[in-house]
Design a protein. Structure first.
Length: 664
């Protein structure tokens, strides 16, 4: 079956490799690479010729960059434009110089050492993006810095493909490099001027035909077709795919195109990582393990430190330099392209090519492991450097007093902040996401940029004088750390936290949290409530059902906090009160009369507990309060026949509004 049989073997092997990686809670890419090693020609595997597979794997790289382009936004890249456009070329030049020194230390000649430096200057776009996705870090400032650097590095592949042979060959032709740069500039201009107008219009026409298959075929054709055109023009295949995605990202169908292309991207990405594993010769690795280990250590440590230094030099602090250094230290996938070019052109010997190949693969494998050390190492750093200045926004000049602390500035935290801000309640937000902090800055919210799991950050929000702490962060580890800190410094502080399951809820209650919110439960109850209301089930019965289910789910038998149980019981009793809303009509019996003269309570058992008039709510009106037409009154009482007080056609606000939640 030829290549078809090879593909079947690769997919099956990758499945088992992925299952193995998932079992050990590692990124799937490690399982794919391991599967490639087992089925590759050097291990006596079933796939004897991986070169045909490599050609298909190039599609995976192109589709990844196409998807990256669809997610790419110049507005989102704006905060990192300086480090991307200025810092990345500086990083590549410094890494090339460092790699040249490493090659000399290994005994390599001038030419191969320069190739090593050029190859080491590039990081792996695919591995880093997969790692950030697995860690849930996409969208943070550190990930944005990395993506900005990776984009410029990928753009630099084309000049490197021409520059390295020219610098290490006997006959140097600088005109080839200039020609490549001119081609790249011309392609960019054509795509941004004409492609940005034509391609979105084409997608709009296809989308109107309501054929998902045709839509998927169209976006795949655009991504790979534009990439192939750039390849024919002597430029990078992946570079063209990225530009095509970037152009489509500005269209109305960019999000749909991204969701449709992701499965195809992941499938071809599987081929890429498996083909990378097939290139590794375990025999060569075992025979030269010490030299390869030294090469990996020297490149990883030196490049990582250079990345950290450059990021820090451009003004990025806190966890960002550490995250960039521990994630971008590896040799990237384009090293295979450059390495093959160097080997084919006899700029690199076969042994040197295998050294670079092994170092690149192993450094890719190490990336998720070392990147995962970012949080614990940063925690150690924060403990050792407690006096490090915090980045704060809009804090009151007289400090934080009698305020509410919101740990987590995401959508939930900012929604809470918007309500507190309208009510003029003092509050402060804590978040480690640069994007969230920027949004708080634009809205004028007081905020602190930092990790809420660090003592120095919690000290800055003055929990001793706070009225309440709201933990909207979904991470249970961070929440538990915050709660334990609160128990030490402010044990009487009311704490409300969120959890993703009953086990987490129980753990938080045991740690001392006052109230735990289960977002999934609340959403499910609201869906159930809407469904029951649509079936014309009485509102009071629906309310009793949802309250009963909520009590059962939020029951905390293990919790010894009697005050908490009392508060919960009061809340449930309050929710059971039968509160309804009635509008006072001009032709009714209530308009123009005082509550005393109506004698409603004695006559009907109802009690007026509030009046809504012209947008203002009057709670507990006195007996002399005069009702006017247009007032909406809140009533509590038993079930009675209200037709004696309200004429036919009057509006029962509670019964007529299924989405309302009549609670006192």
């Amino acid at each position: 079956m030829g290549i078809a049989a090879d593909l079947i073997i690769i997919v099956v092997a990758a499945l088992f490799g992925g299952l193995l990686a998932q079992f050990f809670r590692q990124p799937l890419i490690l399982g794919y690479i391991f599967a490639g090693i087992l089925i590759g020609p050097f291990s006596g595997g079933a796939v004897s010729d991986p070169h045909e597979v490599e050609k298909l794997a190039e599609i995976g790289v192109a589709l990844l960059l196409f998807a990256l382009g669809l997610e790419f936004s110049l507005k989102e890249l704006k905060p990192v434009k300086y480090i991307a456009l200025i810092g990345t070329p500086l990083q590549m030049l410094l890494t090339m110089g460092y790699g040249y020194l490493v090659g000399g230390w290994l005994g390599w000649e001038h030419g191969p050492s320069l190739w090593l430096g050029g190859i080491a200057s590039l990081s792996s776009t695919m591995v880093i993006l997969k790692t950030l996705m697995a860690q849930g870090m996409l969208g943070t400032l550190s990930s944005r810095v990395m993506v900005g650097i990776l984009i410029v590095q990928d753009l630099a592949v084309v000049p490197l493909l021409i520059l390295l042979p020219q610098l290490t060959s006997e006959t140097q032709e600088s005109s080839l490099l200039v020609l490549a740069l001119l081609k790249s500039a011309a392609f960019l201009i054509l795509m941004l001027v004409f492609g940005a107008r034509l391609l979105p219009r084409l997608l709009a026409v296809i989308a109107r035909w309501n054929s998902r298959e045709l839509f998927l075929l169209t976006i795949t054709t655009i991504g790979l077709g534009v990439g192939y055109i750039t390849y024919l023009a002597g430029l990078s295949f992946a570079f063209g795919a990225f530009i095509a995605g970037m152009v489509l990202s500005e269209s109305d169908y960019g999000h749909q195109a991204l969701s449709d292309i992701i499965p195809l991207r992941d499938l071809f990405g599987l081929l890429f990582f498996t083909s990378v594993g097939m290139l590794l010769d375990p025999g060569f690795l075992l025979h030269h393990w010490s030299d390869i280990a030294w090469l990996i250590i020297l490149v990883a440590v030196g490049k990582g430190l250079l990345m950290m230094a450059i990021v820090r030099a451009f003004g990025y602090g806190n966890v960002i330099p550490l995250a960039v250094g521990l994630t971008m230290f590896q040799i990237g996938e384009f090293s295979f392209v450059l390495g093959q070019l160097g080997f084919a052109g006899e700029f690199l010997s076969q042994e040197q090519y295998y050294y670079i190949l092994a170092a690149a693969i192993i450094s890719m494998v190490l990336t998720p492991l070392l990147s995962g050390l970012t949080a614990p190492l940063y925690g150690i750093k924060k403990k050792l450097l407690k006096k490090e200045a915090l980045h704060t926004l809009n804090l009151p000049q007289d400090g934080l007093h009698n305020h509410i602390v919101i740990a987590g500035g995401g959508q939930v935290g900012q929604y809470i902040a918007s309500i507190l801000n309208r009510l003029s309640v003092s509050f402060v937000i804590i978040d480690l996401s640069y994007r969230a902090i920027e949004q708080c800055k634009q809205k004028g919210y007081p905020a602190i940029f930092g990790d809420a799991a660090q003592d120095v950050v919690l000290e800055a929000v003055n929990l001793e004088e706070a009225r309440q702490l709201l933990i909207t962060i979904p991470d249970i580890t961070t929440s538990e750390f915050i709660v334990r800190y609160v128990q030490r410094v402010a044990p009487d502080l009311t704490v409300v936290a969120r959890a993703t399951g009953e086990l987490q809820m129980q753990a938080l209650y045991e740690d001392g949290v006052t109230t735990v919110i289960l977002p999934q439960l609340e959403v499910g109850l609201e869906f159930a409530r809407q469904a029951l209301l649509s079936l014309d089930i009485p509102v009071t019965m629906v309310q009793q059902f949802t309250d009963s289910d909520r009590r059962e789910r939020y029951q905390c038998d293990e919790c010894n906090n009697s005050e908490l149980r009392t508060l919960q019981q009061l809340k449930y009793a309050r929710d059971m009160l039968d509160l309804s809303w009635e509008e006072v009509h001009e032709e009714g019996l209530l308009a123009g009369k005082s509550i005393r003269s109506l004698n409603i309570r004695q006559a009907t058992g109802l009690t007026i507990v509030g009046v809504l008039r012209n947008g203002s709510f009057k709670a507990n009106p006195d007996a002399d309060f005069v009702l006017l037409a247009g007032d909406v009154i809140a009533l509590i009482g038993g079930k009675i026949k209200k037709d004696d007080l309200f004429p036919q056609g009057s509006v029962n606000q509670f019964d007529s509004c299924p989405s309302g939640n009549a609670t006192l």
